[in-house]
Design a protein around this ligand. Sequence first.
Ligand code: RIB
Length: 343
Amino acid sequence: MSKPGRQPRVLVVGSANMDLVTRCEALPRPGETVFAQSFDAMPGGKGANQAIAVARSGLADCAFLGAVGADEYGARLCDVLRGDGVDTELVRELRGVPTGTALITVDPAGTNTIVVVSGANGSLLGLCATDLTRTRECAVVLAQLEIPVETVYAAFTAIRESGRGMAILNAAPARPLPAELLAVTDLLVVNEIEAATIAGFELGAVEPGALQLSGAARDAALARCGELLELTPRVALTLGEQGVCYASRDGARYQLPAARARSVDTTGAGDTFTGVLAACLAADRPLETALQYASAAASLSVEKPGAIPSIPREAEITARHAAAYAYSGGKHTAAGTGQENRR
Ligand code: RIB
């Protein structure tokens, strides 16, 4: 739970879904019917996941701006958000439209497929004066793409006009983006698929089973990050179990190996990374530390099933961060790899 007495510093503008999760021996191929070993309904949605990641990190108070239906799933999602200390004052309960759902299938290796039914998330339109005032008061506004792009644009424009604060866009699920939205985005967080959709290139850096990039793949990933800087001033390119690359127009370049993890379910790992990164930046943590902390949190999240149930809390993140990223001789290294981060 976020600590009392602090300003809400991160506003997450995004989706809330009830995740309907089946676990199967193998993901079904097109045209194939398979049996599931289990079924669960668990709260999720990229926006709600990221809001809870912010709150559980203990680094920043968090408010959530989203929409749910006037139904059981919506009520449960709001309860879960509030239970983790997220301010839900800006959540709309819409009549005549159901809460969003996500149909998720997970295989024994933790790989998933996700189909989202937008429901109320698709009707999150028209920010009111209170929404915009709260947006301008924040240190960070964080959004994803499971809600209408015009709503993300309105929130980002408000924080840009305030002259302070940062707009972070996690461009997931992948879709081509209007130039107007990218022009008011301060930090873009994307995985390889999203980067390819937005910028039209294939990276091909991820090597299954490897915990870090080979030298050539690392150079290619950093070069791709550099290309994405034509779109926004800062870019974080997440590479799953091979870590993250970061680049900014002021010349910063980092490649950070992933923290070691035993994956059972990757659902929500990207949301955990992004939420904790946003919380760190709101709390003015140095960028390299923020990337490490977010990576440590993401590595914990893949070790438990579900999205929200797997998001770690402050003490666990701190312990994983200390175990995974050592500090020696003025340079951070990923423990056990000896690989330097800064390029
Ligand atoms: O990123 C994981 C999330 O994607 C799930 O919780 C699901 O709801 C979809 O939005």
